[in-house]
Design a protein around this ligand. Structure first.
Ligand SMILES: [Zn+2]
Ligand SMILES: [Zn+2]
Length: 363
């Protein structure tokens, strides 16, 4: 099958023919229909990820498709079923899973054990399956707990987005932060995740939703998806702007959606008394965040959100029902549809701030 292979940071991915194994007992072979191009993959391509380099990788983790074959112990799906992949694969047996936090699973079921034969190979040698998914390829071989079955009427190019960016953003607003009707919200960074946080805050009934970004194109998208105000951080000091838009009070919830220390500081400094900052972006491991003590309002909280605190087999069908009702806007999130060989241009467009999402579509 064709796949986009990543070998070294700062080098374009190459389209190559690689081999994919038959499903093991609890594995599912999926024909990829669509894959969103998410920022986490760009981190790796740009060389600022925390991943060991060595074997070639197949990246991509925002995939949707149709089940082609299942292993002998799989009862959850059958050939022909439509699925969305999710990198929050859960074991169902560890403390976090049993406590209701499967997004923090420590069971390690997503990848095959290193003693087993690899799922993906190139000329007989091992290829790393990025995030246990590797959706920049014509087929995906997944643990059955890394996917959710969805209804056949949902277009797969839109369903794919819900597997990572939308799940993370909407979940950060609805689950991690639990935004309430009437509250005020600021979102720092209006890419795919930030736009999804804005939608989550709108669905929750926030009265004021302030989008902050350095690109006017993204701020336009933010307004279209529920932001009541937009601040261009290349032109205005965003903390001052948030304070003046909230009559000096600051916001009840500030979200950092990129993974940049400066934005985390700005989010914290934008809070109202008893406000909550939720860090959704993934920062470099050695990032430090510094701010003057006076900048912290009384009883503020700072928390992180891992993949929107998801319980994805519950959340993804729920969010797709909101899409059906027109309350979660996914059509507007897909800026471009492109074939797999245009993957490198999709990364370029993401860096240039041209797109909410490029979705790679197959066949
Ligand atoms: Zn992602
Ligand atoms: Zn677990």
């Amino acid at each position: 099958m064709q796949a986009a292979v990543f070998r070294k940071p700062h080098e374009p991915l190459t389209i190559e023919a690689i081999d994919i194994d038959a499903p093991g007992r609890r594995e599912v072979l999926v024909r990829t229909a669509a894959s969103g191009v998410c920022h986490s993959d760009l981190h790796l391509v740009d060389g600022n990820g925390r991943f060991p380099l060595g074997d070639p990788y197949v990246l991509g983790h925002e995939g949707a498709g149709v089940v082609e074959a299942v292993g002998q112990d799989v009862t959850y799906v059958k050939p022909g079923d439509h699925i969305v992949a999710c990198l929050s694969g859960f074991c169902g047996a560890c403390q976090q899973c049993l406590a209701g936090h499967p997004n923090l699973c420590t069971g390690g079921i997503v990848l095959r054990p290193s003693s087993a034969s690899p799922r993906l190979t190139l000329n007989g040698s091992s290829v790393v399956q990025g995030f246990g998914i590797a959706s920049y390829a014509e087929k995906m071989l997944l643990h059955e707990n890394s996917l959710v079955r969805i209804d056949d009427d949902i277009p797969l190019d839109r369903a794919a987005l819900v597997g990572c960016g939308v799940l993370t953003g909407v979940g950060a607003a609805l689950r991690t932060a639990a935004v309430r009707a009437g509250q005020t919200v600021a979102v720092f960074g209006c890419g795919g995740v930030g736009l999804s946080i804005i939608q989550g805050a709108r669905i929750a009934g926030a009265r004021q939703i302030i989008g902050v970004d350095q690109f006017d194109s993204k701020l336009d998208m933010a307004r279209g998806l529920g932001a009541t105000h937009a601040v261009n951080s290349a032109q205005d000091d965003p903390v001052q702007a948030v304070r003046s838009l909230t009559r000096g009070a600051g916001v009840d919830h500030a979200f950092e959606a990129v993974g940049v220390a400066t934005l985390v500081r700005q989010a914290i400094e934008s809070l109202a008394i008893r406000g909550t900052a939720t860090i959704v972006g993934v920062l470099p491991p050695d990032a430090h965040i510094e701010f003057p003590w006076m900048a912290i309002r009384p009883e503020c909280r700072v928390q992180t959100s891992r993949m929107g605190s998801n319980q994805f087999r519950v959340d993804i069908p729920n969010y797709l029902e909101l899409y059906r009702q027109g309350r979660l806007q996914l059509d507007e999130m897909v800026t471009r549809r492109r074939p797999l060989p245009e993957i490198n241009d999709a990364f370029r467009a993401m860096k240039a701030g041209e797109v909410a999402r490029t979705v790679l579509v197959f066949e």
